[in-house]
Design a protein around this ligand. Structure first.
Ligand code: SF4
Length: 333
């Protein structure tokens, strides 16, 4: 299956130019955001957390490849010559993927303690992430050292990008150089989330544990407030406590249901993705509108529109999950 992905049609010159321009623009925009976080922290924090970040989950439903094709961190990660460096496989890949999920949860909690309110701290973190992605890209092939392993955004891209509404090729992967031998989202979004064969096996994997915890983590995040660092216990109780409650509740439900009936793993992962992003937009859509001075009614309209998008995605993804035996990606069996 991996070999088949390397035989895709090359990008045309126009496509290459378009993607290069988009990648360059995104990289410059990221540098501007980092500078803005230091010089105009309040305005830039608002723009980043309430303007840009809330758009990303919806874009992952359409296709995570749009973001993955232009992401400035991925640009730093793939700066080295194509094909150079080691591919990532086996236990190293598994450990780095698990580390990325832990990093994501820690960063979500850190938002409440510093990253939502301290521009220079967020700027320093972003610079450190870009630097780490660049350095790891010198040792590991293409996206293997960060984008396809350690990046804390990757678990969210996988969960929401598992059944994309439209097809987009990642321009960094044409041709694919097999940088990560298992679970690459760009090769096959379905198999990126359903590497195990049954729900019972899957729920014990790091990604299974993450997917079951994530709805509660999101709810815990929105049900707490921004605190100074001294509020670490309140924030942890809400976010980690929410994650644990979600894991226990959804995990035990899944155990009972899968013991009583044959449930397709794809259906489970689709339902968990829709639940997580639905909770996210229930809170995030009105908060974003309010942050820019919009009326309450506009916030309700934005929430409704985004939840409708989630519903459309859910219906499409469930139809594929219950009917199709293979991948949603053309050319992948
Ligand atoms: S996984 Fe991380 S580095 Fe790769 S495209 Fe997503 S955000 Fe960027």
């Amino acid at each position: 299956m991996l070999k088949r992905s390397t035989t895709g049609k090359p990008l045309s010159t126009a496509q290459k130019r378009l993607w290069s321009a988009a990648q360059g623009t995104a990289f410059v925009a990221a540098l501007a955001v980092i500078a803005g976080l230091i010089v105009y922290p309040d305005a830039t924090l608002r723009l980043a957390w309430f303007g840009v970040v809330p758009l990303l989950p919806a874009s992952f439903l359409v296709n995570a490849g749009f973001w993955r094709g232009v992401c400035p961190i991925a640009t730093a990660n793939t700066f080295a010559a194509p094909g150079s460096g080691r591919a990532l496989r086996g236990s190293t890949l598994r450990v780095m993927l698990a580390a990325g999920m832990i990093l994501l949860v820690v960063l979500i909690a850190t938002r409440r303690l510093a990253l939502n309110t301290e521009g220079p701290v967020l700027a320093g973190l972003l610079l450190a992430i870009v630097a780490a992605a660049f350095v790891l890209g010198r040792f590991y092939r293409s996206k293997a050292g960060f984008c396809n392993s350690l990046c804390p955004v990757l678990p969210v891209e996988k969960l929401y990008g598992q059944s994309p509404l439209i097809h987009v090729r990642n321009p960094r992967c044409v041709p694919c150089d097999l940088c990560s031998t298992k679970g690459c989202l760009d090769i096959d979004p379905v198999r990126a989330v359903t590497a195990e064969t049954t729900p019972r096996l899957w729920m014990k994997t790091p990604f299974g544990l993450f997917s079951l915890s994530f709805p509660g983590i999101i709810m815990g995040y929105f049900l707490t407030a921004d605190y100074p660092v001294a509020g670490v216990l309140d924030v942890s109780a809400s976010i980690f406590g929410g994650g644990l409650a979600s894991l226990l509740l959804l995990g035990s439900t899944m155990t009972v249901v899968s013991a009583a009936a044959r449930v397709r793993l794809r259906v489970v992962t689709v339902l968990l993705g829709a639940l997580s992003i639905g909770i996210y937009y229930w809170f995030a859509a009105p908060a974003s509108i309010q942050a820019f001075g919009g009326a309450h009614t506009v916030g309700v309209i934005a929430r409704t529109a985004l939840l409708l998008l989630v519903l459309v995605w859910l219906l499409v993804a469930l139809r594929r999950a219950t009917k199709s035996k293979g991948s949603d990606v053309p050319g992948i069996a």
